[in-house]
Design a protein around this ligand. Structure first.
Ligand code: CMC
Length: 431
């Protein structure tokens, strides 16, 4: 029972006390606004750069308990989903809130499969990029451009129209991602193959050359499926917050999702696995590890792929990825950097510096090794994150659109600039 829980706040400026209701472990920021409010004072506000202790929404999509290392989508543990489900089933679960019946699943897979093609004009847009364009830049602009092909998408309150755009986005992301990859290599874009599964088709669009039909190794397709499931959602992270914030203006979902791609492009969000790979290459051989660890402990640099803002025990995704590493290397041969990664992990997990700070391998520690073994250049790593995260962004966007409590995102500020200056014309100032 939390209904009667309250917080008493005493304003020491005036001696006045206020009783604020506590609901679900939170107090409403707007309840603070009555404190000190007068004709000359707008009332108390909360200051929270980076929203480190501010809930922006109620959500039933993803649950995380960082201390216990728990991640659940719609209540289902990530371990079970990664082992027993497929990415498209998980995408359905995230968006619809429950697992599909056989008929719903069949219909969902059919719809996604038959919307994988993109308009030919979009292909021309991609071809207009320079040969060395970053694939994330290409992806973000082409996702945004999709809104111009489907102007009805702006009817965000019509469930049928909304459904069509969700299907289109999930279906077309691999096509756009794969074409951005082929572009950098100067290779022709490969059209989707609708006989293949979601991840098989993605591999085909990435790697098919002159063969009539590309037959992806099922073990690689399965490993990619697991990686896609692990990356499908992670509650209110930077890119999801971007999608929600932009979506709160009631813009179409293509524009909202393109803002998520933009946020993910940033190195603090989607780029850590690339940094892990660079770090492992720099270390080079296992005998250099102790000196490297000493440098980390002296604060000279970070052990990339270790530590997490939320997970302070272990990152459940890292445990699953470690298993996928073996499956992938069974096909591709072992990445020589694996030995260094394993030895680094072993040493760090026994070292008091890392133990006392609760630093454990995170999702990015091993994913870069897998991606490299699959022949992806580092610039593609974030694209491989954006494709599955689209399902999570859309699930969160649907929740936002249907949430009567949500408003256009519009934070307050603490103004620190000048006031009431007298304008001096250019002629006067430049005299
Ligand atoms: N290597 C060495 N020391 C570290 C590391 C690390 N990777 N991470 C944290 N620390 C230390 C940090 O210096 C601080 O030490 P002290 O208390 O002596 O000042 C202490 O541990 C607490 O760190 P923090 O910076 O307060 O922790 P945070 O929650 O703000 O940062 C983090 C979390 C993920 C940004 C950070 O651990 C980090 O930079 N890790 C390396 C980058 C990385 O792997 N990022 C991927 C995150 S997972 C991707 C995702 O979920 O989206």
């Amino acid at each position: 029972m939390t209904e009667n829980h309250t917080l008493t706040v005493r304003d020491n400026r005036t001696g006045e006390e206020y009783e604020l209701p506590i609901t679900d472990g939170t107090v409403r920021a707007s309840d603070f606004n009555q404190i000190g409010k007068s004709a000359d004072d707008p009332g108390l506000a909360l200051y929270d750069p980076g929203f480190t202790n501010t809930a922006s929404t109620r959500s039933s999509v993803t649950y995380i308990d960082g201390d216990k290392g728990i991640l659940e989508y719609r209540g289902y543990p990530i371990e079970q989903l990664a082992e027993k489900s497929t990415f498209l089933e998980v995408a359905y679960l995230l968006i619809h809130g429950e697992l599909p019946t056989e008929k719903q699943h069949e219909q969902w897979v059919h719809e996604i499969t038959f919307h994988t093609f993109v308009h030919e004009n979009l292909k021309s847009q991609l071809q207009g990029f320079r040969y060395d364009a970053h694939p994330m830049g290409m992806l973000l602009s082409s996702v945004g451009a999709l809104s111009t092909f489907y102007p009805e998408a702006r009817n965000i309150h019509d469930p049928d129209i909304r459904h069509d755009q969700i299907v289109r986005l999930i279906a077309k992301m691999p096509t756009l991602g794969a074409w951005s990859f082929r572009h950098a290599q100067g290779k022709p874009y490969v059209y989707p193959d609708n006989d293949l599964t979601y991840t098989e088709n993605f591999l085909s669009m990435l790697f098919k050359m002159s063969e009539q039909k590309y037959n992806p190794d099922p073990r690689l397709a399965k490993a990619l499926e697991v990686l896609f499931i692990l990356h499908a959602d992670h509650e209110q992270n930077c890119s999801t917050n971007a999608v929600r914030s932009v979506g709160s203006s009631q813009v179409d979902p293509y524009s909202a999702v393109s803002s998520g791609v933009a946020a993910l492009y940033g190195p603090l969000h989607g780029g850590a696995n690339e940094a892990v790979l660079k770090m492992l290459k720099r270390i080079g051989t296992p005998d250099k590890i102790p000196a490297f660890i000493e440098g980390v402990k002296k604060g000279e640099e970070k052990l990339m792929g270790f530590g997490h803002r939320v997970y302070k025990n272990f990152d459940p995704r890292a445990t699953i990825i470690k298993k996928a590493v073996d499956d992938v290397f069974a096909v591709t041969g072992v990445n020589p950097l694996l030995e260094i990664a394993q030895e680094l992990e072993r040493i760090a997990l026994e070292d008091d510096y890392f133990i006392s700070r609760k630093l454990y391998p995170n999702v990015d520690f091993y994913s870069g090794l897998i991606y490299e073994a699959l022949q992806f250049p580092p610039e593609m790593f974030t694209v491989l994150f954006a494709i599955p995260r689209t399902a999570g962004w859309l699930a969160q966007w649907v929740e936002l659109v249907d949430d009567k409590e949500q408003k256009i995102a519009r934070p307050k500020q603490i103004y620190t600039g000048d006031r009431r200056l007298d304008f001096v014309s250019a002629q006067e100032r430049w005299k």
